[in-house]
Design a protein around this ligand. Sequence first.
Ligand SMILES: Cc1ncc(COP(=O)(O)O)c(C=O)c1O
Length: 389
Amino acid sequence: MTDLTNKRLATRFVHAGTVPDPSTGAIMTPIYQTSTYVQEAPGVNKGYEYARSQNPTRFALESAFATIENGQYGLAFSSGVAATDAVLKLLSVGDEVIAAHDMYGGTYRLFTQVFARFGIVFKFVDTTDPSKVAEAITPNTKLIWIETPTNPLMNITDIQAVATIANDAHVLLCVDNTFATPFLQLPLNEGAHIVMHSATKYLGGHSDVIQGCLVMNDKALRDRIYFIQKSSGAIPGPQDCFLVLRGLKTLHVRMERHCENGAAVAHFLRNHPAVVKVWWCGFEDHPGYAVARKQMKDFGGMLSFELKDNSHSNTMRVLAATKVFALAESLGGVESLINHPATMTHASIPREERIKNGLSDSLIRLSVGIESIEDLLADLDEAITGVSN
Ligand SMILES: Cc1ncc(COP(=O)(O)O)c(C=O)c1O
């Protein structure tokens, strides 16, 4: 493998995890589509016994995940929520989790409707104020879970500040880095213990795979989660690992364009007479701007907005009117998507809870893709004004 220790980001993304195949020299790691491995004698094998536990394509990807997040160990899962599920399975009855009050609806659902039934206690706090995290810690707190920027309100949490609180209290800090990606933000460098991704999104990057990952530095923690991974079995197949491994090679190039287009769309919408508010962490008056500047290289391609006429009918009209932005769940692919969090990605959060945290029924979320910016702006303008240019 190319020694990537002192290499710059772009070189790391292109080369992470891949070694020329030892038998043929193939530059891309082959898809080892096998469930088992022939052994010379019982217990005498090449380090591969059964594909739920070991697969070379998956191992290549896991090594790539570790490299790009600047961590020691990577683990791949069959989805982002499967990766989250594995972290939660480190806990026992009575353990407490402090979680961000604004987060992906599926994570909230997993916490409140699955793990709460097994006696894990969840406290949702505004993690953008680290003192609220400190106040919520008790002797039973075992895990702090944050997203930054958050889905969909683009709230920013100071990872370093929360990591200090977590370390002082001997509590694990896991950061969902899906929105930022390692191109923009490296939570392990800021003191987090685990980085989690929905690799379905920017890491895969082409809307063709569901996958999750975890990266960490602590070997004992890695071994505990690996045990959970092979015991629970939520592993990705080799074909999916290949697709994500391929996606990673262009992450930096795609992210540059996502950021460029994201900024252009954010400013365009903010200046649009029919738009009342835009949520994007690159605005200087965003409450998390200073922290975002400190811990992120740029501001990403995700943003949300609300129309001045925020009636249900007008919001629905605009959601159905875009032609380049496709109306769909998910994010982070090369193509632009438009989404209605209240009825789509965040429908599993009770309405009162959503509204209390600022997620209104009229919020529209955009995942800005890498198409020509002129087409993206014209598409939004036509949809919002109802007039073809
Ligand atoms: C921020 C965030 N975390 C986690 C997930 C869950 O990932 P997956 O859909 O791959 O299970 C999502 C999915 O949308 C997400 O947006």
